[in-house]
Design a protein. Structure first.
Length: 174
């Protein structure tokens, strides 16, 4: 978690003092004795030097907008992270990648194994783009428009329908 700045921590400490003085919380509820004791301990142990004056921009950019933690996705160099710059990653497939896939697959649909007319060519992400799949030659295959639309963003083709059965089958092979 990114710590609060010194200013935020001081404001919070002042809020705790006010709650103790008035015996009322910020939402209007009465301050109970357990919470009052805890607030006093927090005020007593408060040291402004434990908090940074400011947060470096790199940590702000890497922090999760929902949970506040330093997002591990940011450091994994994946194209899909929670930072604005990284969210610009697009679905577009570079022309050279398209040509390599068409050559490799011989303009044959990798689902129904029939020739694909030029006006029906679509590129399917084996691991769907929406699930983190990249637009690389290894993750793309040529398909008919209809075959691709039926698959949508499903992982059924690459994942076993029952992980426990799959593990059992692997174990039997050994």
């Amino acid at each position: 978690m990114i710590p609060p700045t010194r200013k935020n921590a001081e404001e919070h400490n002042e809020y705790l003092r006010k709650c103790i003085e008035t015996n009322i919380l910020g939402d209007g509820l009465i301050l109970d004795s357990n919470r009052k004791k805890w607030f006093k301990e927090e005020i007593k142990s408060f040291n402004p030097n434990d908090y940074p004056e400011s947060i470096p921009k790199i940590l702000k950019d890497a922090s999760c907008r929902v949970f506040g933690h330093i997002c591990p996705v940011f450091f994994s160099a994946e194209p899909l992270t929670e930072t604005k710059e990284r969210r610009k990653h697009s679905r577009s497939i570079p022309r050279d990648v398209m040509l390599k896939v068409v050559r490799r697959d011989g303009q044959i649909c990798q689902k129904c194994h029939k020739p694909v007319p030029d006006n029906e060519v679509e590129f399917d992400h084996i691991i769907p783009f929406s699930k983190g799949g990249k637009s690389t030659v290894e993750n793309l295959r040529l398909m008919h428009k209809n075959c691709n639309r039926k698959k949508s963003n499903s992982l059924e083709e690459i994942l076993h329908h029952s992980p426990i059965e799959h593990l059992w089958e692997l174990r039997k092979k050994k």
